[in-house]
Design a protein around this ligand. Structure first.
Ligand code: SF4
Length: 255
């Protein structure tokens, strides 16, 4: 691939392509509508609330109260479905799902007030060296002391080595170096685990090795080539397909 064929990729594009090429085509080429499930709604509402919380802190130097944070979450949770279709499974109750988010943020507020934010939802892009591939995305949160933080609302705890293994964190690490000229001091998933008794897991790690980042770049280049190949086929599995927005189109794929 040379510089005359610029192509844009992101963490979402890479993870979608490596999960199911046909779903990638439906999403990024055919631009079929997607729906949001309960988990995504909850996660987006938490992101909206925390983005507003930290934006307020950057502009005023003060923390919003827990009550204000929960109010931000409530508003986001109620308003997101007005903009995008949300489908709940038969066994999912919208109010119960909403309460899970409230419980997670109630636990996370004491952690949030300790953080010194520098930038919220910060856009980044960088060119992969020697290619025409632009990698773009957003940092959830950068701190004054050069930490890269990302919030997650998850059903089950992440493994302890997730910072090193996560493609998203590898992308953030590379992007931080490429856009600031500095090493991040560390990278951290701020996990809200929405188990019956919710809890907060702060999983932090040091910057990645050169070998890990080289592997990340190689994967990104390979996926960019696959995106242009026109070679799209279904990868059926319970994990890929259970929440897929494109089941109907997928059924008709062979016709
Ligand atoms: S239903 Fe499964 S195989 Fe079909 S597009 Fe979706 S993820 Fe891929």
């Amino acid at each position: 691939m040379n510089n005359s064929t610029e192509i844009e990729i992101s963490v979402s594009k890479v993870t979608c392509m490596t999960s199911c090429r046909l779903a990638w085509k439906f999403r990024y080429i055919d631009k079929l509508p997607t729906y949001m499930d309960a988990n995504l709604l909850l996660g987006q509402a938490v992101h909206h609330a925390l983005a507003s919380f930290f934006t307020h802190k950057i502009s005023t130097g003060s923390n919003l109260s827990m009550r204000d944070l929960l109010e931000l979450y409530n508003n986001a949770y109620d308003n997101i479905p007005k903009a995008q279709e949300v489908r709940f499974d038969k066994d999912e109750d919208p109010l119960e799902t909403k309460i899970k988010g409230l419980n997670c943020l109630t636990l996370y507020h004491p952690q949030a007030i300790q953080i010194k934010p520098l930038a919220v939802e910060q856009f980044f892009s960088f060119m992969i060296p020697g290619t025409g591939i632009k990698f773009r995305g957003y940092f959830d949160l950068l701190t004054e002391d050069d930490w890269v933080l990302d919030y997650k609302v998850i059903a089950k705890a992440y493994p302890s080595d997730v910072i090193q293994k996560s493609l998203q964190m590898q992308a953030y690490d590379y992007a931080f170096r490429a856009t600031t000229g500095k090493l991040p001091k560390g990278l951290s998933y701020q996990c809200m685990v929405k188990t019956k008794v919710p809890r907060i897991d702060i999983l932090s790690g040091v910057p990645h090795t050169k070998e890990t980042l080289d592997r990340f770049l190689k994967l990104s280049v390979q996926v960019a080539k696959d995106m242009q190949s026109g070679n799209y086929y279904p990868s059926e599995s319970p994990m890929n397909c259970s929440k897929c927005s494109y089941k109907d189109a997928c059924e008709r794929w062979h016709l």
